[in-house]
Every structure is written in C-alpha cells, then in structure tokens.
Design a protein around this ligand. Structure first.
Ligand SMILES: [Zn+2]
Length: 320
C-alpha cells in the first residue's frame, strides 16, 4: 500500500508529517521489538518503552503479538493522530455493550476484535481480524467522555460514558489490565480537571479519512466515501441471512451464515419435498410446515436484528 498524504495536517505544529512518515517507515522495516528500545526514532508518536516493557510468564510472546499488532495498524494510526498526540499503549480485546451481552456475544468474538490504542488524548478502538490486520470499523472515546473506569471480577474492564452507555472490554491479555486501569483512571481524572466536557460518547470515524461522522449518512461528509447503512444491512439479511454481513465486509462470517441458512432450507424444506414427489413418501403434516415456517421466520428476523445491531457499531466502507 502506498503512503498516504494528509492535506489537512498542519505543518506549523510539532510532529511534522515527513517525520512521522519516516518513523512509520522505520517501524515497517524493523523486525525485532527490542530494536525499538535501543535508539530513539525521530518523529515517532509511540512510547515504545511503555509498550514494550513487560515481565513475568509469557511476556515475550505478549510483546511479540503487540509488535505485530502495532506494525499492522501503524499505517492507519499515523493518519488518525493529531500533531503532538502520543501513543502510550496498545492492546487487543473485544468490545461489548450490555446489549451485546444479551444476544451477540457469539458474534462478538469474530466481529468485534479490536486493537485498543491509548493515546494522550483518547482511546481508539480499531476493528481487527484474527490475524491482527485492521478492518473498517474505527471509533474513539475521548477521556473527557468517560465518567468511571471499573475493573470487574470476571477480568473485564468497564467504562461508563457521559451519555449513559457502558462499554466492556473483554478478552484482553490479563497482565495488561492493571496498567490500563491505572492509565485510564489518570487520563480520565486529568480530562475531568481540564474541564473539557466536549465529548460525551463513543464517536464513529470514517474508515477512509478518519474524521468523526455523526449518524449513518450514505456518504462521508468529509471525503465522500460511500458508507454502509444499518437499515440496508438488516434488510439484506432479512432477504437471505448472510447478505447483510457480506455488505458490511464481514465476508467469512457471512459465508457461514449463508451455509447455515442453505442447510436449513435443504433439511427442512427441500429434502421433505424430494421425498414426497420423487419417492412418493407420506406428505409432511400441516403441523410440520407450521413448525418449519416458524423456525425460518425466527432465524431470518433474529439474524436481521443482530446484523442491524452490528452495523450500528460503526461505519463500514460500502462497495460502490
Ligand atoms: Zn471520510
């Protein structure tokens, strides 16, 4: 992928664009995380010492994974950062809300893996796949939008936002918890002391230009990128489960849904009809067809509601 230039980057402020791109290129050609601790990289927005210091069992493996994640998200991240914004820590986990707990926890594991990037100003939540590669969904939470940070007994970390929403970070590497709680609590306290109450909620960023976008417009108001809309995702799923997630770019998951739906039709409808017409078997009872119709309706409506919910988590670039 070629280097992006960002015309809106103010060159008069610190952390100039050429420097940050030089630092990004240096990171790209670095093959050991240990090398990042040995000498300073000019223009780098990352606090490598905080990121790549860990102790205890499995520390090396954890840092290797973090290094891989950082390299994978860096090309996007440098376009999202403001001049002088520092990145203190990154980790990964799943992000679930109270609603997710109820009915989409099965999907969250596949679709809601996030890189969590803790900067001097905010937390970025960047959707990643199981190979740590970044995907479309990007949201941010300004520290000023957080009212409380709580660690739960189940090992998850909860954020309560000013707009009343509660977010759970789950499946984070255990040793990262303490650092995060301390870091977050301090950052939130500082933001509160600054009296900056501008942000109250998790904000969605355009997957192309990374500007904050309100609501679910068909196009990004900033860069005109075509965006997916939750209603369309839900409606397509209702036509055939899987079409909605395909539209959202969750192709592997969509293929699984399509296969499942095809098998449902095959076993519940097509095979009984084949037996009836080709083999002259006894016709299925009226109760059988009512049961079958209920199962299909339940699946179609249920999956459409879940897909609509998934689509509302953020902005996905739509295929033209
Ligand atoms: Zn945009």
């Amino acid at each position: 992928m070629g280097r992006h230039t960002n015309a809106s980057w103010p060159s008069s402020q610190g952390g100039s664009r050429p420097d940050i791109e030089y630092a990004s290129e240096t990171l790209r050609v670095t093959h050991r995380y240990e090398a990042l601790l040995e000498k300073e990289i000019r223009g780098s927005p990352y606090e490598f010492k905080t990121m790549f210091t860990a102790e205890g069992w499995g520390a090396h493996q954890r840092l290797l994974r973090r290094f891989k994640l950082l390299k994978a998200i860096d090309p996007r991240l440098i376009r999202m950062l403001r001049p002088d914004e520092r990145v203190h820590f990154i980790t990964h986990g799943t992000l679930v809300s109270a609603v997710d707990d109820f009915f989409t926890s099965w999907a969250a594991h596949f679709l809601d893996l996030r890189a969590m990037v803790f900067t001097s100003e905010r937390v970025f939540l960047i959707q990643i796949n199981t190979r740590s590669e970044p995907r479309d969904l990007v949201t941010q939470i300004a520290y000023s939008a957080v009212v409380a940070v709580v660690s739960s007994t189940d090992g998850s970390c909860r954020l309560a936002l000013r707009d009343g929403r509660k977010l759970h970070f789950r499946h984070m590497p255990r040793p990262d918890h303490k650092f995060l709680l301390d870091f977050l609590s301090n950052a939130v306290k500082r933001a509160g002391a600054d009296g900056d109450k501008a942000a109250t909620a998790e904000e969605k960023l355009c997957p192309k230009c990374f500007k904050v976008v309100k609501g679910f417009p068909a196009h990004c108001p900033e860069c005109n990128a075509l965006l997916t809309r939750p209603f369309v995702a839900g409606f397509r799923t209702f036509l055939f489960p899987g079409l909605g997630n395909w539209y959202l770019g969750n192709r592997g998951f969509a293929a699984g849904e399509m296969l499942f739906t095809t098998l449902l039709w095959l076993f519940l409808v097509i095979l009984p009809l084949i037996r009836l017409f080709l083999e002259g078997g006894p016709p299925p009872t009226r109760a059988y067809w009512i049961g079958t119709a209920s199962v299909l309706a339940f699946v179609y409506v249920g999956v459409a509601v879940v897909t609509h919910h998934i689509a509302r988590k953020g902005l996905h670039a739509a295929a033209p």
